[in-house]
Design a protein around this ligand. Structure first.
Ligand SMILES: C[S@@+](CC[C@H](N)C(=O)[O-])C[C@H]1O[C@@H](n2cnc3c(N)ncnc32)[C@H](O)[C@@H]1O
Length: 273
């Protein structure tokens, strides 16, 4: 059973109110109601994700298109998907009016079946339960993909950064502020890595919980040593210094492990020298 915060209760309460006020749209908003992100929160989301030219932003449940349009104004390209055809039409008109129709696309589409792989940034203002349903797909994205969510977190996948933005006019929830969370999709580094430097050998066995990495390093015949570190996308910063930059089955180290060429083990053990 998922924990539902007082914010979620208030947000869900809005569904009933909205459905009563606009019965024609009630079926469409079954999962997530249409509530817009204020302009200053939209700016905070894009700032936190560092959106700039060259980024491709996908907004899941794009409403009137404001997040994608604001991203396009920063020079990025974007796609907004919403299952409400009226909102999609409104977004297309808004993008045209804003002069960014060439960079901001909108599709009537279910957010759960949307291909997220082209995104460098994913934005969401959904619900806690919906974020958790999307989490496996998000964790499968290219390491380094940035994900920002307005108000709702992703359970035990703790954000890399978060900010609170004052929203005096906020109608939902008890606090007159919004929270904005940023996650950077971590590389999957769990498993055995083999280091080779001439005829010297080292092994690194890593375990991983999202960005947090723990493991055991063995260099030559020396005693095993505990290592910990934190992933920022595909780069592991090791406690005590040095980094490992992962690229598929290879990793390049700086610091004390820099002498070795690192490769993921093919099987259960590293090859003998
Ligand atoms: C809280 S609003 C956020 C709108 C916009 N992203 C913003 O922040 O201003 C959520 C949006 O998700 C849309 N939505 C809900 N369920 C959806 C689904 N399964 N697929 C696509 N869009 C959905 C709703 O129509 C609504 O526009």
């Amino acid at each position: 059973m998922l924990h539902t915060s007082p914010f979620a209760v208030a947000f869900l309460g809005a569904i009933a109110a909205f459905a009563a006020a606009a019965p024609a749209r009630a079926a469409i908003v079954e999962e997530v109601p249409y509530v817009t992100t204020p302009g200053n929160v939209t700016a905070a989301m894009l700032d936190l994700a560092g959106v700039k030219a060259g980024d491709h932003v996908i907004d899941l449940g794009s409403g009137d298109g404001r997040i994608v349009i604001a991203a396009a104004r920063r020079g990025a390209t974007g796609l907004g998907v919403d299952n409400d055809p009226g909102l999609v039409a409104e977004s297309i008109a808004n993008a045209r009016r804003a002069g960014v129709a060439d960079r901001a696309r909108f599709l009537e589409q279910d957010l759960f079946t949307t291909d997220l792989s082209p995104a460098t940034v994913v934005t969401m203002y959904l619900l806690p339960e919906v974020n958790l349903r999307l989490r496996p797909a998000i964790l499968g994205l290219r390491p380094g993909t940035r994900v920002v969510s307005h108000d709702w977190d992703m359970g035990d996948w703790k954000p890399d950064r978060s900010v609170t933005v004052a929203v005096p006019e906020k109608k939902l929830g008890l606090e007159k502020s919004s929270r904005v969370f940023l996650w950077i999709v971590p590389a999957r580094v769990e498993g055995l890595w083999c280091g080779r430097a001439g005829n010297r050998r080292a092994t690194l066995r890593l375990g991983q919980a999202f960005q947090a990495v723990r493991g055991e390093l063995r260099e030559g015949g020396s005693a095993p040593e505990s290592v910990t570190g934190r992933l920022d996308g595909a780069t592991l910063a090791m406690a005590g210094g040095g980094q490992l930059a992962f690229a598929g089955a290879n990793a390049r180290a700086t610091g004390r492990l820099a002498a070795y060429d690192w490769r993921r083990a093919d099987g259960e053990a590293c090859p003998a020298p």
